[in-house]
Design a binder for this molecule. Structure first.
Ligand SMILES: Cc1cc2nc3c(=O)[nH]c(=O)nc-3n(C[C@H](O)[C@H](O)[C@H](O)COP(=O)(O)OP(=O)(O)OC[C@H]3O[C@@H](n4cnc5c(N)ncnc54)[C@H](O)[C@@H]3O)c2cc1C
Length: 279
């Protein structure tokens, strides 16, 4: 196995162009498990740990947006300045694995694996994130909804790498919740991100479909029927939960049943909406 250690995005993309089957290595928390189980046997690896520019994040007050590099680990998102401007991402980051996994695992790696259970992904969906990709032919940005095209399937090409994401700076309440088979170190069986951005409620679901699901019908129902969130009664929040659950497309698998997942979504969506009103 040949491991390449580029220092810049330009060097990394040139390596991917020369070795289109190379495995990109971020923090390695998904990749090393796959290699250890012999699910992957890469002959070439492009390891990104020396590419400092991938580990930067910036807040742009003029555009009211946040750029987060693909190499930023969860440990940096879960508290501090990023938590203030991106609270749902911080909440999601705090639910990932253990402190060790959060120190090594990155946003780029979650997007690279692109599992419907990836904890950052419902947040990126609810916030209409732009995913930035680079190859030796140039750069492009795609909305998250066009980036994730199936379970662990993306619109990224083999010679492209993820350089980062842009999300809006929070200007309303945001939250993230997940349900798993235990309270910590757990992959979600259902998850939800609710974000109020520009006075619009947005809801995205994880682990209950082949991709992250945006609850466009439940969002529309709220928008069309309630002038302000303070008008909402507990029964309305329960109805929002039921509507969100009806947009989920869960399956039975080794982690849970479709029926339980749908129920979990109705509870998560209801609670997140209630918490947003009480905040
Ligand atoms: C014990 C344990 C617990 C975990 N718990 C959780 C959890 O609670 N929630 C959760 O969501 N995940 C969890 N994970 C999975 C994993 O930690 C996350 O998916 C993490 O975000 C992966 O990031 P990484 O940098 O380690 O990626 P890597 O393992 O380095 O890479 C993952 C994939 O992304 C690709 N990739 C990485 N960076 C780039 C890039 N810049 N451009 C293009 N492709 C790239 C790689 O080629 C690979 O296909 C857990 C893993 C373990 C081992």
């Amino acid at each position: 196995m040949t491991v390449y250690l580029p220092h810049t995005i330009e060097e990394a993309t040139a390596l991917l162009e020369a070795h289109p089957h190379a495995l990109v290595l971020g923090g390695g928390t998904d990749v090393m498990v796959e290699i250890n189980f012999n699910h992957r046997k890469p002959s070439d690896v492009v390891a990104l740990r020396n590419v400092d520019e991938l580990r930067t994040w910036t807040i742009n007050n003029e555009t009211s947006s946040i750029y987060i590099g693909a190499g930023v680990p969860y440990s940096e998102m879960e508290s501090g300045e990023l938590q203030k401007v991106a609270p749902a991402l911080a909440a999601a980051a705090r639910t990932v694995g253990s402190p060790q996994i959060r120190a090594a695992g990155t946003l780029g790696g979650n997007l690279g694996t692109c599992s419907p259970a990836g904890d950052s992904l419902p947040v990126l969906s609810a916030l209409n994130a732009e995913v930035h990709l680079a190859s030796s032919h140039g750069v492009r940005s795609v909305p998250f909804a066009e980036y994730m095209v199936g379970p662990k399937r993306t619109s990224r090409t083999a010679t492209e790498m993820i350089t980062g994401v842009t999300i809006p700076k929070a200007n309303g309440w945001q939250g993230y919740s997940k349900v798993g088979v235990r309270n910590a170190m757990v992959i979600s069986v259902a998850s939800a991100c609710l974000a109020i951005q520009d006075d619009m409620v947005r809801l995205a679901l994880g682990s209950v479909g082949p991709t992250i699901i945006r609850c466009v019908e439940a969002e529309k129902w709220l928008h069309e029927n309630f002038a302000t969130l303070t008008d909402l009664q507990p029964a309305d929040c329960a109805e929002f939960g039921r509507r969100a659950a009806s947009e989920a497309r869960p399956i039975d698998d080794h982690r849970s049943t479709a029926e339980y997942r749908r129920h979990a979504i109705s509870v998560l969506a209801q609670r997140l909406l209630q918490r947003s009103i009480q905040s």
